[in-house]
Design a protein. Structure first.
Ligand SMILES: Nc1ncnc2c1ncn2[C@@H]1O[C@H](COP(=O)(O)OP(=O)(O)OP(=O)(O)O)[C@@H](O)[C@H]1O
Ligand SMILES: [Mg+2]
Length: 275
């Protein structure tokens, strides 16, 4: 398999938006699957006590005895918290409700904002050969999300194509700026992704135009359409790319994966297609 893409260190991308239900988890799962199709070795970090990414990859609750909580707070070894998913080249560090108490327990820790960064940047991570680490954040700007923003190289912001979509964005951008000034100077915006786009709906078109006017090139070229196959896939514990490979949703998440892969020198692998 191809060598790791980014100077032998994985590119860490946090998927964040404090607004609920904007497709953070859906995008994490399907971007992981899309990058893996292009030959990348991907680790998903489920950082949400809801554990939706873990469920979406079919990790049973019984198999989540060690989770992202243990990785951050208990220094659990990587090989005990990382599971292979049913998708080739996609691994996951799962979550369960334990993470909801992490917020409180971390407050007393003077390294509270750096726990995930230190866990992900420990030397033994290199043995796994991950090219990308995708962090699925909870719908909040709490200490868990702060940990993700401190740990990552860049943040991908899903934006649901509906009214008020841009309203919460300024708060998130402010948090990103604060973290850039303090704990993570190189933090970048990977991009803003329009999700659940309905081309027959004028509102979707207005939100897209508004986003492009206000955010310019920060908005990904790829737009994710509303597609029922995307919403059905998690109940089969599969990314939509595996559940219905030819669906509009799969096509869109493949395009997004390519858009991101090309930024990190994976173009050649991309044109070779899945292997
Ligand atoms: N492109 C799409 N087409 C149709 N349904 C979608 C699409 N993307 C996401 N959904 C559905 O929208 C709902 C919210 O998506 P998702 O759980 O990914 O959002 P989230 O931002 O992770 O939510 P939370 O804030 O609760 O973590 C889910 O039921 C999902 O199946
Ligand atoms: Mg989610």
């Amino acid at each position: 398999m191809p060598s790791p893409t980014i100077e032998n260190a994985p590119r860490i991308i946090a998927l964040a938006n404090q607004k609920g239900g904007v497709a953070k988890t859906t995008t994490t799962i399907n971007l992981a699957a899309g990058l893996a199709e292009l030959g990348a070795n991907v680790l998903v970090i489920d950082l949400d006590p809801q554990g939706n990414a873990s469920t979406g990859f079919g990790i049973e609750l019984a198999n989540r005895s060690l989770t992202t909580y243990d990785l951050m707070v208990e220094d659990a070894p990587l090989d005990l918290v990382i599971h292979q998913t049913g998708i080739e080249r996609v691994s996951i560090c799962p979550a369960n409700a334990d993470l909801s108490s992490a917020d409180m327990e971390m407050v007393a820790n003077e390294k509270r904002s750096f726990l995930l960064r230190d866990a992900l940047r420990q030397p033994s991570m290199a043995e796994f050969g991950f090219d990308f680490i995708l962090i699925d954040c909870p719908p909040s700007l709490n200490l868990l999300t702060v940990n993700a923003l401190v740990a990552c190289h860049s943040v991908l912001i899903p934006l649901q194509s509906e009214f008020f979509a841009l309203e919460g964005l300024s708060q998130l951008m402010l948090t990103v700026r604060e973290i850039r000034q303090t704990a993570n100077n190189d933090l970048r915006i990977e991009g803003v992704l329009l999700t659940m786009y309905d081309k027959r709906n004028n509102l979707s078109q207005l939100v897209a135009a508004d986003a492009r006017e206000n955010l310019g090139d920060l908005v990904f070229k790829t737009i994710i359409p509303r597609n029922v196959r995307v919403s059905e896939a998690p109940s089969y514990a599969l990314p939509v790319l595996a559940y219905d490979s030819a669906s509009k949703g799969s096509e869109a998440y493949r395009a997004l994966s390519l858009e991101i892969a090309e930024r990190y020198g994976m173009k050649q692998k991309a044109t070779q297609g899945p292997n």
